[in-house]
Design a protein around this ligand. Structure first.
Ligand code: DQA
Length: 144
């Protein structure tokens, strides 16, 4: 089994981007952490894109391959109805879709208080740094 860990815009800059908000770990560090946590036989497929269309195509891929998703939609969280509509297909296909955030968007600027994704997610985890992803992986494992 495999888990898709999809990351939206600007998350490729983790490590150097606003370390006070997002910590000093990179996406490669995150991949290693999740691979270490993953149960035997579970593959972590971690990807990042700045491109909304690519993120949408990866959600289709999850549906077509029957793969659960951990999704950090980054700034798309707050306004992308196209991403929401694609994300909605994942739980409709009987697959977990866990929305994660490194920071707690509710404790930040007002525009971050709205998520257009949460209403279609299986669940949401925010505010725990890279542990948000680890908790999401645990949740997916327990749902299986
Ligand atoms: C984020 C929070 C978003 O508001 C922001 O645009 C991001 C990262 C997080 O992981 O805390 O890029 O999704």
């Amino acid at each position: 089994a495999s888990v898709l860990v999809l990351n939206g815009p600007n998350l490729g800059r983790l490590g150097s981007r606003e370390p006070d908000v997002y910590g000093s770990g990179t996406l490669d560090d995150l991949r290693s952490i999740l691979e270490a946590d993953a149960p035997d036989g579970t593959t972590i497929d971690l990807r990042q894109t700045n491109d909304e269309a690519e993120l949408i195509s990866w959600l289709y891929e999850a549906v077509d391959s029957g793969t659960p998703v951990i999704l950090n939609p980054a700034a798309f969280t707050h306004y992308s109805y196209a991403l929401r509509d694609a994300a909605a297909l994942v739980p409709k296909a009987g697959l977990a879709l866990v929305e994660v955030h490194i920071s707690n968007p509710h404790a930040r600027e007002a525009f971050r208080h709205t998520s257009v994704i949460s209403g279609v997610a299986t669940g949401v985890i925010a505010g725990f740094g890279f542990d948000s992803y680890r908790l999401a992986l645990t949740a997916i494992t327990r749902l299986d």
